[in-house]
Write a protein that binds this ligand. Structure first.
Ligand SMILES: Cc1ncc(C[n+]2csc(CCOP(=O)(O)OP(=O)(O)O)c2C)c(N)n1
Ligand code: SF4
Ligand SMILES: [Mg+2]
Length: 284
């Protein structure tokens, strides 16, 4: 029986009151709820405050380059498709530096869960605008206010027919836990964009600001099976911000297409050295 204690408690480098704590708690609880032990879990991350998360729990981890959590997550899933694989990133890491990887990971549809701590700011580097920062917000760099159109990650994912598209809130841990549980259980690529207040550098999108606006789709009888309706929902922002699953459907995963995996986990296959040698000999 797995317990939350198995995932450990660690000192963090995060500011007191940061939304990241709620996400860490929700991830641990979701893994416990689905009965996954630390050795059965891998978290891949890049660079940023969000990307430090796998250092703060017991599990396998790969902490790579900025924007590059999805390639190792996909590779690990192919090597051992029995692992529960999560990619944990920030809005800058995933939607900025890693934007191209996001697009192509969605197209491939590996069975991994992507959790984006969307604080609408570059937290680690002390408060520059990220791809999701609101127009008009002033920062130390954008002194006259941000003028670039923010990226809408949910609309982007739906336009690519992503198999699970959702939004959570770091201020509602039970709801976020349930969302993470559903995303991990879903077979295919799942995106959870998490509204995550950065108490030090984003003075606009605070816990209070989000709390006044968020509502739960499931409480409004919304069903997440219509792509066009989901796209409409993804555009809702401002006075009302929807939380929950916007779009969900099953389709073959990247692993399903790889015949080599049908005979078991890749890591259990014996390497055929004679074939490799033959290939090398061809270049000599
Ligand atoms: C290629 C590259 N560019 C820029 C940086 C500097 N850098 C490190 S973290 C970061 C921003 C992280 O923001 P985000 O992903 O939103 O994470 P947060 O800290 O807000 O959780 C930047 C620009 C880097 N490390 N590597
Ligand atoms: S800078 Fe912001 S995102 Fe980073 S730990 Fe502090 S409050 Fe959290
Ligand atoms: Mg950020």
């Amino acid at each position: 029986m797995v317990s939350i204690e198995d995932y450990g408690e660690f000192d963090t480098e995060w500011c007191p009151g940061c939304g990241n704590f709620g996400i860490l708690k929700a991830i641990k609880q979701a893994l416990v709820d689905i009965g996954r032990a630390p050795h059965e879990v891998l978290i891949a991350s890049g660079i940023g405050q969000a990307a430090k998360l796998p250092h703060y729990m017991n599990c396998n981890l790969f902490n790579g380059l900025h924007g590059r959590s999805l390639p190792p997550a996909t590779g690990a899933k192919i090597a051992n498709h029995e692992l529960t694989v999560l990619a944990v990133t920030g809005d800058g890491d995933c939607y900025g530096e890693g934007g191209n990887h996001l697009i192509h990971a969605i197209r491939r549809n590996p069975d991994i869960t992507l959790i984006v701590h969307d604080n609408q700011i570059y937290g680690l580097t002390k408060g520059q605008a990220s791809p999701t920062t609101e127009i008009g917000m002033r920062t130390k760099i954008q002194t006259h206010g941000v003028f670039n159109m923010p990226l809408n990650p949910l609309a982007l994912a739906i336009s690519l027919d992503c198999s699970f598209v959702s939004r959570g809130f770091a201020g509602d841990v039970p709801h976020l836990t349930e969302l993470i549980t559903r995303a991990i259980r879903h077979r295919g690529f799942s995106l959870i964009d998490v509204l995550q207040p950065c108490v030090s550098f984003n003075k606009l999108n605070t816990f209070a600001w989000y709390s006044e606006r968020v509502y739960k789709l499931e409480e409004e009888g919304y069903t997440p099976n219509d792509r066009v309706k989901a796209f409409e929902k993804s555009l809702e922002w401002g006075d009302r911000i929807p939380l929950g699953v916007l779009y969900m459907h099953e389709k073959p995963t990247f692993e399903d297409h790889l015949e080599v995996l049908h005979s078991g986990m890749l890591i259990a296959h014996k390497p055929k050295t004679e074939l490799v040698n033959e290939l090398i000999d061809g270049y000599i």
